[in-house]
Design a protein around this ligand. Structure first.
Ligand code: NI
Length: 179
């Protein structure tokens, strides 16, 4: 069990596109996935991407049953997603609050595709794809941005909707409950 330090916004590692995984089922891949899982759990993340712990590979994990940082969201199954591809299933965009372990303490309003199909490989190299919507789709788009070197603040349209979650928590919860 290894909890890794999370690389934070400003570190150039987070702005660099990651490399494809070429070998599956290896001990080094399993070790990476375990470190990512331990770190995500410790930080109460709903997902994490390899570059966030300093590894420049196209590997993301996500999923939760109940998460106190996103208390109103439906569960997302725990998923290992390697070399992912995303295809929007419609042009419809939805805005919602996002945070990121690499941007601690902050939240911003980010537009994302409402419905997507994503595909990729598990740790053993088995291909799979899923059609998802809403928060599940948002989490996947956020994590996949990481491996392209993009952080969510770059996608915020209205910078008035970006700030410290301690200051905005009521507003965040109100927006959720007014939907
Ligand atoms: Ni993130």
């Amino acid at each position: 069990m290894t909890i890794k330090p999370v690389v934070r916004m400003g570190d150039q590692q987070l702005g660099t596109p990651s490399l494809k995984v070429t070998e599956f089922g290896t001990q080094s891949l399993y070790d990476l996935l375990q470190d990512m899982q331990d770190t995500m759990k410790e930080k109460n993340g709903v997902g994490i991407a390899a570059p966030q712990i300093g590894v420049n590979l196209r590997v993301v994990i996500f999923g939760f049953e109940h998460n106190k940082r996103y208390p109103d969201e439906e569960p997302v199954p725990f998923t290992v997603l390697i070399n992912p591809e995303i295809e929007p299933l419609s042009d419809e965009m939805v805005e919602d609050w996002e945070g990121c372990l690499s941007v601690p303490g902050l939240r911003g309003m980010v537009p994302r595709y409402k419905k997507i199909q994503y595909s990729g490989y598990d740790a053993e190299g088995n291909f799979f794809s899923r059609k998802v919507k809403d928060f599940h789709a948002r989490v996947v788009q956020h994590e996949c941005d990481h491996i392209d070197g993009i952080l969510y603040p770059q996608r915020i349209k209205d910078m008035k909707k970006f700030g410290y979650e301690e200051e905005m928590w009521e507003r965040i919860m109100r927006t959720k409950h007014d939907e």
